[in-house]
Design a protein around this ligand. Structure first.
Ligand code: NAG
Ligand code: NAG
Length: 610
């Protein structure tokens, strides 16, 4: 790290005398916010033209090591004079390469819209957003450690202009700071490190500072996010988002203990995160959240007229370096997002990711338009890569046009609206129903032809045997479901026996219930065995087998848990433990049991539908 700065300072020293223009900064306040894993720098600059020339550009300079992580940059000026606040104007910015400047710097030029004459002043507000700029140090930590990170910048504002008075404040998430660079005029108050004021510094002044501090915020990085927005003129906008998410903080080393984590999550897992909140548009409906295994029911959804919030909880807490993939999907009412203007329709919807404070390394946005859409164009408030594809689904003839936008390094500041314009004739809307009608017509003809042909199917034909096997598979699956349902009944009886125990205190009756249950469950397990064997050998069962096996194993796990719970309670009663003790000992089993029961119920339902 040191060497990077050394080279940099050296190059500035030899090259920095030529001034860009007669501008200077009379006052500068810079605030760096390090409370999340996205670094935000806001600056207020009072700019003045010493003359004599007229100036229309203002330059912002970044060392290359910062420029490569710069995700978002905006500059605005307030038109109002004095105390009366006018409207804020966002100024256009472009990347430039002015001549005769020091190397290792990236320049952006802000177009001031109005020329500044001699003696004219202007106040600029600049927002810079950086990703991947907090370096975990140490790079690897255990489950029990907090996460420490390094941040580096300059205490002096790096600018091609002279700065008369400047100050900097660096806000950290908590007062727990390992170390920070101390210069002249440095103060540490609450969770803020203040540098300055510093006066009369020439252009390209630079003085490196490093802050080493605790930051346990979720370092949620989507290495890839594919958002698909599909428009159906029948009234729906369907959004599907595929995430590949990683914890971008210090890597977790050593064993992960779920027990330790569950006992004291804030201590044994301070650097991890276990849930994320997505802010969806109001009136979002049919919301789901699933991963490779299936639907995850541990998500919470709530909403008001302005927004819908979805809290998702992956199956395990995410520690540094861990990865998880999942999909969320939801429908939106068409009339909230599709509008018409000048003979064209347009979609107006938010660009970025609905999750709070997530960095997206690579965002791919696919807008799927109805079949027959023409003259497609897009308006996005920042540069993106763009191309078109075609998507086919059933009943499509020529396929649906897909407009794809791609952008790297996306932050919440990019959650702006963008528009996709296209032309569409309402006749195209009739295409699908027409095809359905035609389809049924041909099916009808085909049936008539079939009825008149030879109906006999040879008893030894492959299709006949396949049908026989399929019937048998179905019957077997049904028997498995039956047995599982009977097991669940036994579980219910056992639970009832525990309730009786708490009422009557009759330990013997409870033990007897347990014995009966053990016997029944053993019998059922014996019955299951050949059924499972058959399914494993039947080729026709291949697609249903994984779910059936999952069902059986989940149910077995439930049995084990329930027995543990049962023994625990009986044991407590025999030892005459208090209600509090029983509750504490039973709680972890109970939690798992509830979750398992939900999973088993879900599986039974899924298998029903196959
Ligand atoms: C998951 O949930 C969604 C929405 O509730 C539903 O449409 C889908 O069929 C479910 N999938 C599975 C595999 O249960
Ligand atoms: C898109 O929607 C946003 C938010 O509702 C609105 O502010 C903006 O004016 C809309 N843009 C267009 C082009 O209609």
């Amino acid at each position: 790290m040191g060497s990077r700065f050394a080279i940099f300072l050296f190059s500035i020293a030899i090259l920095s005398t030529s001034a860009l223009s007669d501008l200077f900064i009379s006052k500068l306040d810079r605030r760096i916010d390090l409370t999340s894993h996205i670094v935000r720098v806001t600056s207020t600059l009072k700019v003045e033209n010493a003359g004599p020339g007229v100036v229309s550009q203002f330059m912002l300079a970044f060392p290359d090591y910062q420029a490569k992580n710069l995700a978002y940059l905006s500059a605005s000026s307030n038109e109002g004079k004095g105390k009366t606040k006018g409207s804020t104007v966002i100024l256009p910015i472009e990347i430039v390469q002015p001549e005769g400047m020091p190397p290792n710097l990236t320049f952006y030029s802000v177009n001031l819209l109005k020329d500044l004459g001699k003696g004219d002043r202007l106040t600029l507000d600049v927002l810079e957003v950086f990703t991947h700029s907090l370096e975990p140090f140490p790079k690897e930590i255990t489950q029990a450690d907090v996460q420490l990170v390094l941040f580096q910048d300059s205490a002096l504002y790096l600018s091609p202009y002279q700065v008369i008075v400047q100050s900097l404040s660096v806000r950290v998430p908590s007062p727990r700071v390992e170390s920070y660079t101390k210069l002249q005029n440095t103060k540490f108050v609450d969770s803020e490190i203040k540098y300055g004021p510093y006066e009369n510094l020439p252009a390209f002044s630079y003085n490196p500072i490093i802050v080493h501090f605790e930051n346990n915020r979720p370092f949620a990085v989507a290495q890839e996010l594919i958002r698909e927005i599909e428009i159906s003129h029948w009234g729906n906008v369907q959004v599907t988002e595929h995430y590949t998410l990683v914890h971008g903080g210090a890597r977790n080393k050593g064993e992960f203990s779920r027990f330790e984590y569950q006992a004291r999550p804030t201590i044994r897992g301070a650097s991890s995160f276990k849930s994320l909140v997505a802010r969806l548009p109001p009136r979002a409906h049919s919301v789901y959240y699933r991963d490779e295994i299936g639907n995850i029911s541990t998500s919470h959804l709530w909403g008001d007229p302005r927004k819908t919030e979805l809290e998702i909880e992956p199956r395990y807490p995410i520690f540094g370096g861990w990865r998880t993939s999942f999909t969320i999907g939801y429908g939106l009412p068409l009339q909230d997002f599709l509008f018409e203007s000048e003979g064209k329709r347009f979609l107006n919807i938010s660009f970025g990711c609905p999750m709070n404070e997530v960095i997206i390394d690579d965002l791919i946005m696919k807008v799927v338009l109805p079949e027959g859409s023409k003259e497609i164009s897009v308006s996005v408030p920042f540069p993106t890569k763009q191309w078109q594809e075609i998507k086919y689904s059933h009943l499509d003839i020529v396929g649906r046009p897909v407009f794809v936008l791609q952008k790297n390094n996306v932050v919440p500041e990019h959650n702006m609206h963008f528009q996709v314009y296209y032309k569409f004739s309402n006749l195209s809307l009739l295409q699908e129903p027409l095809m359905l009608i035609l389809g049924f017509f041909f099916l009808f003809i085909a049936c008539i032809v079939y009825m008149h042909s030879d109906m006999s199917i040879s008893k030894s034909s492959a299709s006949y045997l396949a049908k026989l096997q399929w019937d048998e598979v179905q019957a077997t699956v049904q028997r498995v479901q039956n047995i599982v349902n009977r097991c669940l009944l036994v579980h219910d009886k056992l639970e009832a026996s525990l309730r009786d125990l708490s009422r009557t205190g009759d330990v013997q009756a409870c033990k007897a219930a347990r014995k009966a249950a053990d016997g029944l469950l053993k019998e059922y397990a014996k019955e299951l065995k050949p059924l499972l064997g058959f399914l494993q050998s039947a080729s026709q069962a291949a697609h249903i087998l994984p779910k059936v096996e999952e069902l059986i194993s989940k149910e077995e796990e439930m049995q084990e848990r329930l027995m543990l719970k049962h023994s625990t309670v009986v044991d407590c009663y025999e030892k005459k433990s208090g209600g509090r003790v029983i509750e504490n000992r039973v709680a972890p089993h109970q939690q798992r049991l509830t979750a398992l029961r939900q999973e088993v119920d879900d599986l039974l339902e899924i298998i029903d539908e196959i």
